[in-house]
Design a protein around this ligand. Structure first.
Ligand code: SF4
Length: 563
């Protein structure tokens, strides 16, 4: 869940990252609360809270006080602030309609239960870890489990009394919720096919492990101006949405030095969406953690802390330009020059990895899709059994809300795909099941205005019936509010939840439509069509009309974003 707001014009920067672009004119440099310029006094309540007490210290209070005293014993500053550093958000009290989201005091929206986000760096899980998550879901989360579009798993209905036991079980198998939310380095997105893909340029596994080992939970990096999102891939399909992360390392072959990474900074959605820009530097695998820490430290020290809506690194990068950003990073933090490097090739197709694909060792990985990433703890337990029964012990979550099963022998593929299909995870999903994503929505999110997850499942069924398979998939992303947790600006059809006029003039749940967004070859943000709003009840027929018009009008080979 995010606390940002968004507007979505197609921005000037909506092109592939380009280090040769002239730097935008510097704007305000004073009074933004930048630590490096001497502004150490907090300029808003969030900054004050972080200064009062490092949020990482809340863990001891959860274990020693709140888990014994229950919800009523929680200090409000911890409840709505520092708890996030351990992946805990209060969830929405059931029965409050979306029209009241903006008018009620936050305390009136709070339920006494929490959403708990488990970070899964690189999306890499063993079946033992999958089983532990599934059992926690069954024992403590009423069976809920959502695969998010940042490779995490989110549980709901968590009681603070149960959090220490949940941590004990997670940590016994090497999992954690540390810095899963909050103004800190969030989960590291990693290529779901790291180390196994035949066409991989470089395996990001060691770099991800080193960042997590050295810096996650380190108080030096736990008070940033805002969230800090990282993506690392060595795969040519750039399968971690690098364009919209605060920092991204994208695999590229340097003509002299060999495989390494191209460094991008400053991407992000929500308020003023911006695509990441190439810094123009090539980073060898063994230097990724050091360079990551340098970029993070520039953000910590120079990032804007006065206004939450301008606190993401993208605003600093946009104001400075990448040349100045690179110079400050090299001069003040790395104390050396980085090697210039080439741009990676632009991927020509989606990197969701759904279906059966051969690994470089001759075995196969199988990409599975469920409706908008929704699953259950019981299903995760069944999935662990199925995967092990087919000779594997590794799965991966993906940034597209999918799951991959690794290391499957050819003669077990058919049996595996039948078994996963039976529990709702398909290796041959219909195009709509594959391309519809949804955020948490009103079921649990306090910021939501409309329902999303169940609506996405219904929409998929409706579109499968009305339209059947499409030869050119159309991505449909649903958000429950103006934030962008489901990345609506990067979808062919992006749907931003809001109240809209109903047939009798009354306000009903509906969506503002954005059309023509994309990443990779079609990187750019969807256009918000003025007056293009659709009620939730009309969503299926609306998407059908758009899809039919595209199919009827398109030129040979034309993709939706070009249409
Ligand atoms: Fe994010 Fe959806 Fe909640 Fe809005 S409703 S904050 S988009 S999860």
């Amino acid at each position: 869940m995010s606390t940002e707001t968004t507007s979505s014009p197609r921005p000037a920067a909506a092109t592939r990252p380009d280090a040769s672009r002239p730097a935008p004119k510097p704007r305000r440099t004073k009074g933004e609360g930048q630590w490096a310029l001497g502004y150490r006094e907090p300029l808003n309540a969030n900054e004050q809270s972080k200064k009062d007490d490092n949020p990482l210290n809340v863990r001891a209070r959860i274990e020693n006080i709140y888990a014994h005293g229950g919800f009523a014993s929680i200090d409000p500053g911890d409840l709505r602030g520092r708890f996030r550093w351990f992946g805990l958000y209060t969830q929405r009290r059931p029965g409050i309609d979306g029209g009241k989201t903006a008018t009620l005091d936050p305390s009136e929206l709070d339920d006494e239960y929490f959403m708990l986000r488990i970070r899964i760096d690189g999306g890499a899980l063993t079946t033992e870890q999958l089983r532990v998550i599934g059992q926690i879901s069954v024992d403590f989360a009423r069976g809920t489990a959502d695969i998010t579009d940042r490779q995490n798993v989110q549980l709901h209905w968590i009681r603070v009394e149960d959090v220490p036991e949940i941590w004990r079980r997670l940590e016994a198998v090497g999992l954690s919720t540390t810095e899963a939310c909050g103004d800190c380095p969030r989960v590291i997105l990693g290529s779901p096919v790291a180390g196994i893909a035949a066409d991989e340029i470089i395996d990001p596994t060691p770099a991800i492990a080193e960042i997590v080992e050295r810096y996650i939970g380190d108080p030096q990096y736990s008070n940033l101006p805002r969230k800090f999102k990282t993506a690392i891939t060595g795969h040519p399909l750039q399968d971690v949405v690098p364009e919209i992360n605060d920092i991204a390392f994208v695999g590229v072959e340097h003509p002299e030095h060999g495989p390494g990474y191209d460094l991008w900074v400053g991407g992000g959605l929500s308020t003023n969406p911006m695509l990441a820009q190439r810094v123009g530097a090539w980073v060898p695998g063994e230097d990724v953690a050091e360079v990551w820490a340098a970029v993070c430290a520039v953000f910590r020290d120079y990032g804007y802390r006065r206004l939450r809506t301008r606190a993401r690194i993208k605003f600093l990068v946009a104001d400075w330009g990448v040349e100045k950003f690179r110079q400050v990073m090299e001069d003040e933090y790395l104390h050396r020059r980085l090697t210039d490097g080439p741009a990676p090739a632009v991927p020509t197709r989606s990197g969701d990895h759904v279906g059966v694909n051969r690994q470089k060792d001759g075995r196969f990985f199988v990409g599975l899709s469920a409706a908008a990433g929704r699953t259950t703890g019981a299903t995760l337990l069944q999935l662990a059994d199925v995967v092990e029964a087919h000779g594997s012990s590794r799965v991966r979550t993906t940034p597209m809300q999918k799951l991959l099963v690794l290391d499957v022998e050819e003669d077990r593929l058919e049996s595996l795909t039948q078994a996963t299909e039976a529990i709702g995870w398909s290796a041959r999903p219909d195009a709509w099941r594959r391309s519809v994503m949804a955020c948490t929505g009103i079921e649990f999110c306090k910021l939501a205005i409309v329902e999303t997850k169940a609506r996405a499942a219904t929409l998929i069924e409706e579109l499968e019936t009305r339209l059947g398979a499409l030869d050119s998939p159309i991505t449909v992303h649903l958000n429950g509010c103006p934030n962008s947790c489901a990345r609506i600006q990067t979808a062919d059809i992006g749907l931003k939840g809001q109240l809209v006029p109903g047939p009798a003039g009354q306000q009903v749940e509906g969506f503002q439509v954005h059309l023509g967004g994309g990443l990779g070859l079609d990187a750019g943000f969807g256009r918000k069509l003025r007056g293009h709003k659709v009620t939730a009840d009309e969503l299926g027929p609306y998407v059908e009309r758009v899809a039919r018009a595209f199919v009827a009008d398109r030129a040979d080979g034309e993709r939706f974003a070009q249409w």
